[in-house]
Design a protein around this ligand. Sequence first.
Ligand SMILES: [Zn+2]
Length: 412
Amino acid sequence: MPNKTKSKGTQELSYQVVLSYKVSHNYPLKTFLIECKDKLNECIDMIWNNIEYTKKDKPKLPKSNEFKRNLRNKLLENWSYASHYIDGIIKTSYSILQSWASNYKRGYRTKTKPVVERLFVRVKTTLIKYDKERAEIRITIKPRKEYLTLNIKNEWFFDKVKDLTIGEIILKENEAFLTFKDNLNYSDKDIIVGVDSNLKSLDLFHPIEGWIRIDLTELHRLKEVYDKKIDGLKKLLKKCPLRVLRKINRLFERRRNRVKDFLHKLTTQLSRLFPDAIFVFEDLNKRRMYKNKHFNRRIDRANWNGIIEKISYKAVVILVNPAYTSTTCPICGSRMESQEGQVVCYNCSNSFNRQVVGCFNIFKRGLGAIKRFMGGSGVTTTGAEVSAKGLMTPNPNVVYYVDLNGKYLKCI
Ligand SMILES: [Zn+2]
């Protein structure tokens, strides 16, 4: 997710955004990563054994400098790799236990120690050298002995990141997640896109193109196919519970992977279609969603968070308040009423398509949010200029389809 930090004291507000990209590598890292994982679990162990509980059973992690110094020294024993990795491991352990503690306080977790199984390590920037000329990233594994070099010249995102500062890297067995810090100047990005998430489409409002629809029926169809298969198997559950349950779980897993793959392609293609845009989404409150009774709907809603999360690795995303986005009149601001798929304003007697109103209002709220960040300046497109464009049309100006084989959104 983009990290926004306000630089205080200066007149100009700049926001720092972290962009992250995945690259693959084939360095033999397994032994190193297993040692990292063992150290991480050892570190969690040591912090865990020193957690104190208050009278109200609230866990408090040990935070004294003395404890941290001892912890570091202890972990450095039998460690042949760069010592900075240990610092990253300590940081990771604390964040794992901090999230355990806050969930425990709210009653979401029991008093069982978290155990890490995944093979990964955080690489601090002190271990990374980024040669912008040669597009090479060098990671120190063992100082003066072992290095890992990644060349990103041919990666699709290289043009976007070649002038940025490199941040932390997460190393996995065959892939690396690179992060780059971008000091965001909103006036560079004069295009913003409002995105309204609907069940079968993403509806976008773009200041030049107007109303754009990204068709998601394929995603819907894919889910339906699996849901039907799963429902069919559920009927057989009484006859042969274990075997059928195993089959159902396998189908759920496959469904999840197919959906994930689709969302990954969708967000990559979206960020390529609008390379310099800021995407504005509704801030859909998760907690409120869990109260939703309908299971299927819940899964579908959960995907919107997946879309937002995935696209925020590839482009700048801001979230706005979702209240009344589809019922506020884009012309006069009055509350509108639904009528057969249309929304009607009784104040200025205009009627619009519900979906275009939704994405337009999200777009407008995004503009407002950016202007607040920038203190009244920033994005050049004004609300008044764009309000006339495409709003009265009954259908989207362009419909795009996610291309499951290609790199770009298909326009049909
Ligand atoms: Zn109106």
